[in-house]
Structure formats: structure tokens, C-alpha cells
Design a binder for this molecule. Structure first.
Ligand code: MN
Length: 500
């Protein structure tokens, strides 16, 4: 028991130290109050591991402190299991900590209650929807839930095998995609890897063994490539930081599925990338020019996510190069700011940042994110569509396709989308009136499957009408909804005419 007590104190100190390291004016007395209240409330409870329960909210709070979140979020994390697991009520939290913290704690509790009381199939969509609804009011509710889930995944060994499968599947299907959609790779990568460990244990071990086996070979080629890159960038007077990074297990696993059935890592370039951090956006392109002169780029592997950011705002230049001695390797070029966005996504814009004053003037960026999520939510009215959303737009193995409008605007679609998806993404009136499609200037049918980089122009006609068969040729829930809506409306008109 004494050991547990020592650990709890150590974790509490870690929490305060972390908070002090980034927060300009942390309210430590409020943290202290929440910690002692939660300790008392959970006093007689223990985790499956045999540890006192309070360790769970403490660890959840530490995960959030490492993401540089505000005091309220951390207090709410300390209190997040109180309503559900103890005799204290919402009123108690309101009286002791005020309405803002109550709102956050209640939000997390609601998500938990949903996952406990709804059937497995419905749960996926319903909890997802509630999560999003909560997010539109306050994204911090979701961030707390993600941190809570991360700690539960980290301690999953103590659960029964059945529970391990269930919780891991839910993590991979719901929570990791949400973290990814919000751009928080600092959370999504860990969630994916932990879930993979339980869902695909042999593949997990296989990748781990292969990584161990190739370690010395990898480190030799790293040394050589980093040396060459630093050299040439120095010669060109570019301030940069060049570092090698292993990709996370689940992304390696996904790649091996794409290339072959057996979980085999073919080449080193599948498993790591070299990151070049520079100061300005212009430097990114300068670096690209310099390294494309030094090494041969692999055709078709260059991606400009600066000009065309991913939907979660990720920006960088990606290219794959060939080195004489080490073979193919991937390079990612980013500014420090892009790197922050790559790690923290939505959080990058309002987490505390000592280097800049961003926290104070991030209202506009917050609003943009909010618009983005509301838009995302409005598209889907009932649960079945939410399921489709998860299965299609968020398919774990899908990749995005980028197309251009006639004016050169960029649109993004899930892999396998057709020109019909494209038309409905522009406007339902355009979708409902497609006559034919011009793909890079050539006439195609509306069912044409979009390819990366296509320029699409939809030619409409007032006599044209959607075809019910289009439902089999669209990928986005948006197009499906709008086609169904058209035919529902038509049915209604027919009924009215026959009633007359
Ligand atoms: Mn919890």
C-alpha cells in the first residue's frame, strides 16, 4: 500500500511539473483541490491491475498535460470518472468546481454511458455522433476521452481476452480515426499501435522482429544519408535539422497489406523517413530542389501537401529518393510550425506554446475548426449514414484522391469515388443535372472513377435526371444522401399527382 501511495505522489508531482513547464499561469491550487477530491471519492476503488483507481485519472491528466492543455481540461480529466463511478453528483462538481468543469466532466460521462448502454452495432454510430455533437460545443471533451482511452489501452493487459478484443476494435474503429481526423497523430499513432498489438498479435510481433533484425543495416544507411543531406544543405546555406524517424507499427502494417499478403517488410523505405525541418515555407521548396539534384527522385512519389494540405490540415513535402548505397528512402520536408500541426492537429492552434503568443489570438483558427466539424456533422442526418461515414470516408485502408475543378480548386474524395460524387460535392443541383463529364478535356460518363490530379468539369442539362443506379457508383455519403433525397422527393410528387 505504501508503494502505491509513493507512486500516487510521484504522479501528482509529475502532473504539476509538466503543467508548470508550459503554462504561463497554472492554477495549481485548483489542480490540488481536484486531486484531493478525486482521491477521496475513488478511495475504496481499485483498477483491474490492483492499483488504486486514482492512478487512472492522474495518468489521463498527465497525457493531457503533455499535450499542453489548459488547467480546466486537466482538472476535468482528474474528475472524469467521478459521476459514473462514485456517489458524488453533478451538483457536487458544479458547487466545487463551477459550470465549465462540470460541462467537460459531464461530456465525458455521457460518452461513457452511451458506450455502456447501446447495442454494439448502434454504438459505433451513435457514440460517434454524440462525440461529434459534443465536439461542436467543446472539443476538449473529445480530447479528454481520447486521453482516457489511451490510458485504458496502455493498461489493457489486465482485462480479459474478450474485453481486450472489444476495446481494441472500438479504439481502431472509432477513437483512432477521430484522433486522426483531428490531426492529433501524437494520440492516433499510439492508439493504433496498441489496438494492433491485441487485434493482430502475430503481425505485430512479426513487424517487431523484422525491425530488430534490420536495425544495424538501417542505422548504417541513416548515418550515411543524414551526413550527405546535412552536407549539401549546409553548402547551400539552408538552416535545417535532419532526423530519421521510424514509422509507427500500424502504418507499416497497412503498407504491407497494400503491397503483399504476408506481413513482410520489403525494403527499408517502407519503415522510416528522414525529416528535414526548416524555418520558412520557401525553404521547403529550396530544400526539395537541392535534394532532387543530389538524389534521383522516384517518379510518382512526390506529394505537395503544402499546396494541397490533407483534410486534417497536415502540411509537408514528401518525396522518395534513391541513394547509391542505401536504396530508396522517403523524405518529409516541413517547417517547425507544420511539424506542430502534424503532431497536434487541431490542438496546435490553441495549446499553450511557450515560443509564441498563439494561445491568445487563436480564436479565428478555433472557429475554422468548428465550422469544419459542424459542416461534417450536418451532412449526416441519421445513424445509418454515420455508419456509412465510418465505413467509407473513414475506411482504415482508404486513401484520398485529389481532383481539380475547372477553376483549379482542389477537392478531396475517398478512393473509388466517381464523377457523380464530384458533381454532388459541388452542389446538389449540379449532381441532379449531370449530362456528361469532361475529364481532362475528354468526354466521359458520370460513372467515371476519379484519378489523382484529374481536372473535372460537369456538363449539365435541364432535361437530365439522376439515375437510381448511381447509388452503386458513388462512395461519399454526401452523394448517396442527395441522390436518395431526389428520389424520395420524386416519389412524393408522384403520390400527390395520383391523389389528385
Ligand atoms: Mn476513465
Amino acid at each position: 500500500m505504501y508503494e502505491h501511495y509513493k507512486l500516487i505522489i510521484k504522479l501528482y508531482e509529475e502532473l504539476c511539473n509538466t503543467l508548470n513547464s508550459y503554462h504561463p499561469c497554472p492554477n495549481i491550487s485548483l489542480i490540488q483541490k481536484a486531486f484531493s477530491f478525486a482521491s477521496t471519492a475513488h478511495a475504496k476503488q481499485f483498477r483491474k491491475s490492483g492499483e488504486p483507481f486514482i492512478i487512472h485519472p492522474l495518468k489521463t491528466a498527465i497525457i493531457l498535460a503533455n499535450l499542453h492543455l489548459d488547467t480546466e481540461t486537466i482538472v476535468a480529466a482528474l474528475l472524469h470518472d467521478i459521476i459514473e463511478d462514485t456517489n458524488f453528483s453533478c451538483e457536487d462538481i458544479d458547487t466545487l468546481f463551477g459550470s465549465e468543469i462540470l460541462f467537460l466532466v459531464e461530456g465525458v460521462t455521457k460518452i461513457d454511458q452511451l458506450t455502456n448502454h447501446i447495442s454494439r452495432d448502434e454504438l459505433k454510430s451513435e457514440s460517434f455522433r454524440k462525440l461529434i455533437l459534443a465536439a461542436t460545443k467543446d472539443i476538449r471533451v473529445i480530447i479528454i476521452k481520447l486521453a482516457d482511452r489511451l490510458h485504458n489501452m496502455q493498461t489493457l493487459d489486465f482485462q480479459s481476452p474478450h474485453k481486450q478484443q472489444e476495446i481494441s476494435l472500438e479504439t481502431l474503429e472509432i477513437y483512432a480515426p477521430i484522433a486522426q481526423r483531428l490531426g492529433i497523430s501524437a494520440l492516433s499513432c499510439q492508439l493504433e499501435d496498441l489496438a494492433m498489438k491485441y487485434l493482430y498479435p502475430s503481425e505485430y510481433t512479426s513487424i517487431m522482429n523484422q525491425l530488430t533484425k534490420s536495425k544495424s543495416k538501417r542505422e548504417t544507411s541513416w548515418k550515411e544519408i543524414i551526413f550527405e543531406l546535412q552536407n549539401v544543405l549546409g553548402q547551400n546555406n539552408i538552416q535545417s535539422k535532419v532526423t530519421p524517424h521510424l514509422k509507427h507499427f500500424f502504418s507499416i502494417y497497412r503498407k504491407t497489406i497494400f503491397s503483399n499478403e504476408s506481413c513482410h517488410i520489403d525494403s527499408l523505405y517502407d519503415i522510416y523517413y528522414v525529416e528535414i525541418l526548416v524555418e520558412t515555407l520557401k525553404d521547403c521548396y529550396t530544400v526539395l530542389g537541392v535534394i532532387h539534384q543530389l538524389y534521383n527522385p522516384v517518379p510518382g512519389r512526390f506529394k505537395d501537401y503544402i499546396a494541397i494540405p490533407k483534410s486534417n490540415m497536415y502540411q509537408a513535402l514528401h518525396t522518395t529518393l534513391v541513394s547509391k548505397n542505401s536504396g530508396k528512402f522517403e523524405v518529409q520536408i516541413k517547417t517547425t510550425e507544420m511539424k506542430q500541426t502534424a503532431l497536434y492537429g487541431i490542438l496546435a492552434h490553441w495549446r499553450y506554446n511557450i515560443d509564441s503568443d498563439k494561445f491568445c489570438n487563436s480564436k479565428i483558427e478555433k472557429a475554422q475548426w468548428l465550422d469544419f466539424i459542424i459542416e461534417w456533422q450536418l451532412e449526416f442526418k441519421n445513424n445509418r449514414d454515420y455508419m456509412e461515414l465510418i465505413k467509407n470516408d473513414f475506411n482504415l485502408f482508404s486513401k484520398d484522391i485529389f481532383c481539380f475543378t475547372r477553376n483549379g480548386e482542389v477537392r478531396q474524395f475517398p478512393l473509388g469515388s466517381s464523377a457523380i460524387d464530384f458533381a454532388y460535392a459541388i452542389h446538389s443541383d449540379i449532381g441532379n443535372a449531370i449530362k456528361y463529364v469532361l475529364v481532362n478535356g475528354k468526354i466521359k460518363s458520370p460513372e467515371y472513377i476519379l484519378c489523382n490530379g484529374d481536372q473535372i468539369e460537369i456538363i449539365t442539362s435541364s432535361n437530365a435526371k439522376p439515375n437510381i443506379d448511381w447509388l452503386n457508383h458513388v462512395k461519399t455519403s454526401n452523394a448517396k444522401n442527395k441522390i436518395r433525397k431526389f428520389f424520395n422527393k420524386e416519389k412524393l410528387t408522384d403520390l400527390k399527382i395520383s391523389a389528385k
